[in-house]
Structure formats: structure tokens, C-alpha cells
Design a protein around this ligand. Structure first.
Ligand SMILES: Nc1ncnc2c1ncn2[C@@H]1O[C@H](COP(=O)(O)OP(=O)(O)O)[C@@H](O)[C@H]1O
Ligand SMILES: [Mg+2]
Length: 228
């Protein structure tokens, strides 16, 4: 998940790179972004699995990550409609561009239209670069919303959530819904059994809270030196 104000990919402004895709500003539609699937690189986690899937998606687009995310969005949107507004970045569709096939999505942006930073990029700023209390509050709110609506978003990593200002505080917007339809488990039990999924969401949120506190230098594990 890297973000660099001047980075370009195929001539387009890079917003950030995830583990699988590069996300760029849509040059044809203001307020939107395009996501391109990247060829998996040796050494990545689950390399062979990713490699086979990537190869298959060339012939059968439904195996692609963009198709998975679009399906996830359509299913969730069919169920929840406008209740998703402000919580999930809407997917628009698959588009053919000069640089290849992409998923077009609405840009999660700040008040001036710039791409909202992911939690990962905020944490990368280090202590003082973000407000950990406001961020943890935003995460608490997002977790409560997921649980109240039984949304099986299991991949709660710091790159999949971007941070926006909301009601004088911070709010989170999910920009990657893939995990709501494609579990990693061999037997994706938690997809059907809500209590397991709920526990998983709670675990992942807790891990994220700990990362936020650690990055802010406010870990709760150690007392400052000198205290007995
Ligand atoms: N709709 C969006 N609005 C703003 N930024 C986005 C959006 N979608 C993705 N991004 C940025 O691109 C990064 C990678 O996107 P993601 O969909 O998570 O790709 P991957 O499939 O590689 O995980 C995110 O961490 C985020 O910074
Ligand atoms: Mg992601």
C-alpha cells in the first residue's frame, strides 16, 4: 500500500498500490478511480494460488479480482441500497481502457476532492502524523456498523479502509469488498455461520486497533521507563 503524490502508472496518477492491484485516478471521469490487476510476483504470500487465478482471469474474467469486487458490491448494494453511502466506495463497472481492463469505482475523497488516505498510509506517517483517538473511534463505529448489518467483511486490513473527515471527527470508508464473497478458508464456514464471522471481524478490528496504538506510540503493553 504505497502512496506517492507524483507516482504514475501507464501515465495515470497512482493513488496507491495494494497487494494485488494498482489504483489510479480515472483520467476520463473526475471523482472516480480505476483499479488494474497486477501480475503476482514470486515471493508473495500464496503466490501460486494468485498466479493461477491471474492466468485464468485472462480467459475467464469472472476469476479476476475486479470481477469479484464488482460482484461483492452488487450483492451488498442489492441488500442494503443507500445505507452503504459513506461506508463503502461504490463500484461502477468493468471498463476497457488503453492500459487494459479496469474496475471503475467512485473515489473516496476528502473535502477538496483528493483521494482519502488509507489507514496504512496514515500509520506510515508515524507518531504525531495522525490522531489515534479519533482513528480508533472511527474504527469502533465502522465495526459496530458491520456487526449491526451482518456484513461479512473479513479482510479488515489497513489498506482496505480509507479515512475521511466526518461530523467533526473521522470516519472510515471500505474500498475493497472482495472478502465479502471470497473467503480464504478451505472450508469457508464463517461465511455461513455468522457467530464465527462476527468473532473474526472483532479479532481483525482488535488487531487493527493495536496497530494504530503501536504506530502512534501509545501502546498499552509497556509502562514508560522509570515507573515501577
Ligand atoms: N475507491 C477508492 N477511493 C480512494 N482510494 C482507493 C479506492 N480504491 C482503492 N483505493 C486505494 O488503493 C489501495 C489499493 O486498493 P485495493 O482495492 O485494496 O487493492 P488490492 O486488491 O490490491 O488490495 C487502497 O489501499 C487505497 O489507498
Ligand atoms: Mg485491498
Amino acid at each position: 500500500m504505497s502512496g506517492d503524490a507524483d507516482a504514475r502508472w501507464q501515465g495515470m496518477r497512482v493513488i496507491a498500490r495494494g497487494a494485488n492491484r494498482v489504483c489510479v485516478l480515472d483520467p476520463d471521469l473526475p471523482g472516480h478511480c480505476l483499479k488494474y490487476e497486477l501480475r503476482p510476483q514470486p515471493g508473495m504470500r500464496r503466490y501460486w494460488r494468485r498466479r493461477v487465478r491471474h492466468a485464468l482471469s485472462r480467459r475467464f474474467p469472472r476469476f479476476g479480482l475486479n470481477a469479484t469486487e464488482l460482484l461483492a458490491w452488487r450483492r451488498l448494494h442489492a441488500r442494503m441500497g443507500d445505507d452503504l453511502l459513506g461506508r463503502v466506495a461504490p463500484c461502477i463497472g468493468i471498463v476497457q481502457t488503453g492500459a487494459g481492463t479496469a474496475l471503475r469505482a467512485r473515489l473516496a475523497a476528502d473535502a477538496s476532492g483528493r483521494p482519502a488516505p488509507s489507514i496504512a498510509s496514515l500509520l506510515g506517517r508515524g507518531p504525531g502524523g495522525f490522531d489515534p483517538t479519533a482513528l480508533v473511534l472511527a474504527l469502533d463505529g465502522f465495526e459496530a456498523w458491520l456487526l449491526a448489518n451482518r456484513i461479512p467483511l473479513s479482510d479488515l486490513n489497513a489498506g482496505n479502509l480509507v479515512v475521511v473527515e466526518r461530523d467533526g471527527g473521522l470516519g472510515l470508508v471500505c474500498v475493497d469488498l472482495k472478502s465479502t464473497v471470497s473467503g480464504r478458508e478451505l472450508v469457508p464456514l464463517s461465511r455461513w455461520a455468522w457467530p464465527l464471522m462476527r468473532a473474526k471481524i472483532q479479532r481483525r478490528c482488535q488487531r487493527l486497533r493495536e496497530r494504530i496504538r503501536a504506530a502512534a506510540g501509545v501502546g498499552t503493553l509497556a509502562d514508560p521507563p522509570g515507573l515501577t
